[in-house]
Write a protein that binds this ligand. Structure first.
Ligand SMILES: *Cc1c(COP(=O)(O)O)cnc(C)c1O
Length: 431
């Protein structure tokens, strides 16, 4: 194993003076790990080392990297037409994808608005909800109710509906539009409190926004489907729209193709991104039910949804997404997720016995070890120790998690869970 930095490629050394890194205090952060190529669940580094990927590139690469079916679809589309604008022109990939998403989603979730990132798809959902009321001639319904621990993006409108602490509400106070943030109603007392809150604010609320089943970037916190049924009931009782942000949970991650499918709750609007293209290209979608769309259907141009990103419905990205959906049909993805869930459960179980571990939990292809605390120093130690073990695992805050590609083999998955157990055991004992 080569010493860190010994074979650092020139592009990294030069580029580090010019690239601004995500979520990083660049002065103190560990330098990024240079990757030369990817294949399946493996990353080959510039110095020749190979890592098993436990993160699937922020939960996107659900079929593993470089799946030949997706690669071929993108190649074919590139040869024919990389992209044409969606304003006034139409291309097959986006239109086919919209029809397929409508067919896969429950109920009459059937009208698809494409964007290029998750944050923007949530912004569009918020804009749809607010304009829904304007178009119906109901004034003042401009706010969104969202939940503590939630994460919906990094743009200004979405920051305002994230967890108040993690979403940097204090830092940007006075800049963010104030929204209503509540506790997720996991117990009866919280449900009663939420009902009272909704009652008090109903006149100014456009919608309720929630990540169904798993609050992802907010800490990989799970909740039961009964919570979603309560939210549906509450939204119906007060005439609010219900928005599910399935950017993380969509496309099999929790064990169902969509969280809303299994929960038996149909939201009025759903947002999708992360695994939509199998990790190939940026693409997102905001999907609305018929009654939402009908509030915009009019002879009045002023009632139109005024949004339209330059790269909306990007043809290469839509080709990748269509190919990704093919794979959910032709390969046993959901069976793989069930197998991963059982093996994560077994493989991470020894962490329960470690002092300093608060909780170990698994849902679908998400395995989480929550620590009492993860000081900054320890975070760097863990990162280095995982690299030593030949795995790519990136802890955040007090969370060490695995969200592997669904095609991962049993042996590879055992290497990931084994690394988590070993590394945490050593680190938490201070060895
Ligand atoms: C990642 C994520 C987003 C933001 O998506 P970006 O593509 O990073 O803008 C929004 N909501 C959820 C639930 C996410 O996991």
């Amino acid at each position: 194993m080569s010493a860190p930095g010994s074979s650092e490629p020139g592009w990294l050394k030069n580029g580090l003076d010019h690239v601004w890194l995500p979520y990083a205090q660049m002065k103190t952060a560990a330098p990024p790990v240079p990757v030369a190529s990817s294949q399946g669940v493996r990353l080959t580094l510039s110095d020749g080392r190979v890592l098993i990927d436990g993160v699937a590139s922020w939960w996107t690469a659900c079929h593993g990297y470089n799946h030949p079916h997706i690669a071929e679809a993108v190649r074919a589309q590139l040869a024919r037409m990389p992209h044409v604008m969606m304003g006034g022109l139409a291309h097959e990939q986006a239109y086919r994808l919209a029809s397929r998403l409508a067919a896969l989603l429950p109920g009459d979730l059937e009208r698809v608005f494409f964007t290029e990132s998750g944050s923007v798809s949530v912004e569009v959902a918020m804009k749809m909800a607010v304009q829904f009321w304007m178009n119906r001639g109901v004034p003042g319904r401009t706010k969104i109710l969202s939940f503590r621990g939630g994460y919906h993006g990094d743009t200004f409108a979405t920051m305002a509906v994230c967890d108040p602490q993690e979403g940097m509400h204090a830092k940007f106070a006075g800049v963010l539009a104030p929204q209503i943030i509540a506790d997720l109603p996991r117990a009866d007392a919280e449900l009663t409190a939420l009902r009272a809150l909704v009652e008090a604010h109903a006149h100014e609320l456009a919608a309720i926004l929630v990540e169904p089943r798993v609050q992802g970037a907010g800490g990989m916190v799970f909740h039961g489907d009964d919570v979603l049924r309560h939210l549906r009931q509450l939204a119906d009782d007060y005439g609010l729209l219900l928005i599910f942000d399935e950017i993380f949970t969509g496309f099999g991650r929790t064990g169902a193709l969509f969280a809303c499918t299994d929960a038996g709750v149909t939201p009025d609007i759903v947002t999708l991104s992360k695994a939509l293209t199998g990790g190939t290209s940026p693409l997102a979608a905001t999907v609305a039910r018929r009654h939402v769309f009908e509030a915009f259907w009019s002879d009045d141009p002023d009632r139109a949804l005024m949004h339209g990103p330059t790269f909306m419905g990007h043809a290469l990205a839509c080709a990748a997404a269509n190919a990704s959906l093919d794979l959910f049909e032709t390969e046993p993805r959901m069976a793989q997720v069930a197998r991963i869930a059982a093996r994560l459960e077994e493989g991470l179980a020894p962490c329960r016995a470690l002092a300093g571990v608060r909780d170990v939990r698994v849902m679908g292809a998400i395995g989480v070890v929550e620590l009492e605390a993860l000081p900054q120093g320890l975070q760097k130690t863990l990162q280095a120790a995982f690299l030593e073990k030949g795995v790519w695992i990136r802890p955040f805050r007090n969370i060490v998690y695995l969200t592997p590609a669904f095609v991962i083999g049993d042996g590879e998955l055992d290497q990931l869970t084994g690394a988590v157990v070993d590394v945490l055991d050593k680190a938490l004992r201070g060895a």
